[in-house]
Design a protein around this ligand. Structure first.
Ligand SMILES: [Zn+2]
Ligand SMILES: [Zn+2]
Length: 239
């Protein structure tokens, strides 16, 4: 028996489906249009392959999820993601809805979470086990790919190219309106790396989540925090 199961998730976002389809589409396009050069660099954004998730992990987590009562979280044994101290959990909202969240524990963020996904049982999930296995496979693959989106100050599953695009697409707008007296923008340049970001600290300074993650963690009386790189105030909130 094979140790791995194939990845086949019906409700998956296109960008997280393993890297088969985009390449196939590209090759078909090349056959139809001989003008397109067969240069590897023009292959559209293709996700880096993600290692398959071994069955035993899915099996044991499925059993744990089945044992959950309503609104009780299953906490994952994850301490940090990209240097941010986090709590990662699945919460059973009811038999058909589960919620996956990543919450920062050293500071508050607007909306409380850095990543959130809701899973609803579909017609195609023949039984509860199918539903839970589908959720878990999706989440475990996401966890292997999760990255900081500097612009929005959230964790996302996008490719590096999509992440770069997020701030680039507002750069011209920012340049045009940053000094306008009538308008205050939701974005500013990170005071450390100068990438456009919407993340501000409780002391009013603009620092992207990636730069926050690189700040030294200070532990006082059992609690962790980081200090603002501009004014050294304790960062308690990111908005
Ligand atoms: Zn930054
Ligand atoms: Zn500050």
């Amino acid at each position: 028996m094979s140790q791995f199961i194939s990845i086949d998730i019906q409700d998956h976002e296109p960008q997280v489906v393993p890297n088969v389809e985009p390449r196939v589409m590209y090759e078909q396009q090349v056959e139809r249009d001989p003008q397109v050069e067969r240069d590897p660099q023009v292959v559209p954004n293709v996700d880096t392959p993600v290692a398959p998730v071994p069955i035993p992990i899915i099996d044991s987590l499925t059993e744990r999820l089945k044992g959950l009562i309503r609104n009780q979280p299953l906490l994952f044994p994850i301490k940090t993601i990209q240097n941010i101290n986090v709590e990662v959990s699945i919460i059973k909202r009811n038999k058909k809805i589960y919620e996956f969240t990543i919450i920062p524990i050293d500071f508050c963020v607007n909306g409380d979470w850095l990543f959130e996904e809701m899973y609803e049982r579909l017609q195609s999930d023949a039984n509860e086990d199918d539903f839970l296995r589908r959720i878990l496979l999706h989440i475990l693959i996401d966890l292997k790919k999760i990255k900081i989106d500097k612009f929005h100050g959230r964790f996302v599953i996008n490719t590096p190219e999509q992440l770069a695009q997020n701030s680039v697409q507002w750069t011209e707008f920012y340049q045009e309106f940053k000094d306008n007296e009538n308008i205050t923008l939701t974005m500013n340049e990170c005071c450390v790396c100068f990438t456009l970001t919407e993340t501000t600290t409780n002391c009013g300074h603009t620092v992207c989540l990636e730069c926050v993650s690189k700040l030294r963690t200070i532990t006082e009386e059992g609690h962790n925090h980081k200090n603002c790189p501009m004014c050294r105030q304790k960062i308690t909130d990111l908005n």
